[in-house]
Design a protein around this ligand. Structure first.
Ligand code: CO8
Length: 258
């Protein structure tokens, strides 16, 4: 029987999607990206889910786009079928927080997938690279745009042009990842972060994510204005009033997602 290319589970308010093509180090093909997109979109509209984790295997988060599939494509094939845009970018439309849990290799499209997530938690074995140049290609799933925004031009150029890989400590130092943890604790630590995030008010989380992402798309004054309006809008939500009332009453808030 053929193995499912992703595994989908839920733990409390956390939706967990595990990439599952271990024989090819989770190389990303259309089937996997379609299924990943569907699973992300389903969790995004599920009111019982507050945060989503995307994980790989202990050896590889993902070793990039599936080279065996791409090898014979022509320009017309990729242009006409809208390669990348057609199914790689679903993750950009997800409104709830998405946390990448990265052990082992995050190369090429795998690194770009992690960069598309909101928080990256790396195990000590994690290695990040954009080696597309070795194939005569280039990082085309946002790598050339998100990496310099994450770690600055000097480090991004080095990674893109020389195919330099970063280990977890370097990735941490340069600001590519949010946290580094021991491999054996990666799942537990990721789930602890995800459960904490998922316990907060979902509309507040979605607004917050939109605000932080605005920082990349706008001038400071426009971004601050956007943030201010989003803050003002919180006062129209039951969750904000519940959160503040709970603080005053020295109890845990019970958010309703309203
Ligand atoms: N695609 C297809 N198969 C792969 C890929 C891949 N990206 N990576 C590994 N595999 C396969 C290998 O072919 C091998 O299969 P088999 O056992 O049948 O020979 C199996 O996985 C195990 O791999 P290795 O034996 O090579 O394992 P090693 O530990 O010796 O090496 C490496 C691991 C260094 C990761 C090596 O496999 C490698 O260099 N892989 C390619 C990495 C790469 O170049 N990634 C970038 C791909 S291009 C890309 O992502 C394009 C992005 C731009 C567009 C974005 C959307 C597609």
């Amino acid at each position: 029987m053929q193995q499912d290319v992703i595994l989908v589970e839920r733990e409390g308010r956390v939706g967990v999607i595990t990439l599952n093509r271990p024989k090819v180090l989770n190389a990303l093909n259309d089937e996997l990206m379609n299924r990943l997109g569907e699973a992300l979109a389903a969790f995004d509209v599920d009111e019982t889910i507050g945060a989503i984790v995307v994980a790989g295997s202990p050896r590889a988060f993902a070793a990039g786009a599936d080279i065996a599939v791409m090898a014979n494509w022509s320009y017309s094939d990729v242009y006409n079928s809208n390669f990348i845009t057609r199914n790689w970018e679903t993750i950009r439309r997800i409104r709830k927080p998405v946390i990448a849990s990265v052990a082992g290799l995050a190369f090429g499209g795998g690194c770009e997938l992690a960069l598309s997530c909101d928080i990256i938690i790396a195990g000590r074995s994690a290695k990040f690279g954009l080696p597309e140049i070795k194939l005569g290609l280039l990082p085309g799933a946002g790598g050339t745009q998100r990496l310099p925004r994450a770690i600055g031009k000097a480090k991004a150029m080095d990674m893109c042009l020389s195919a330099r890989t970063l280990d977890a400590d370097e990735a941490d130092r340069y600001g590519l990842v949010s946290r580094v943890v021991a491999d054996e604790n990666l799942y537990a630590e990721t789930m602890a972060v995800a459960s904490t995030v998922a316990s907060f008010s979902t509309p507040a989380l979605m607004a917050l994510k939109e605000c932080v992402n605005r920082a990349y798309e706008s001038s400071l004054s426009e971004g601050v204005l956007f943030e201010r309006r989003e803050l003002h809008a919180r006062f129209a939500t039951a969750d904000a009033h519940e959160g503040m009332r709970a603080f005053m009453e020295k109890r845990k808030p019970e958010f309703q997602g309203r």
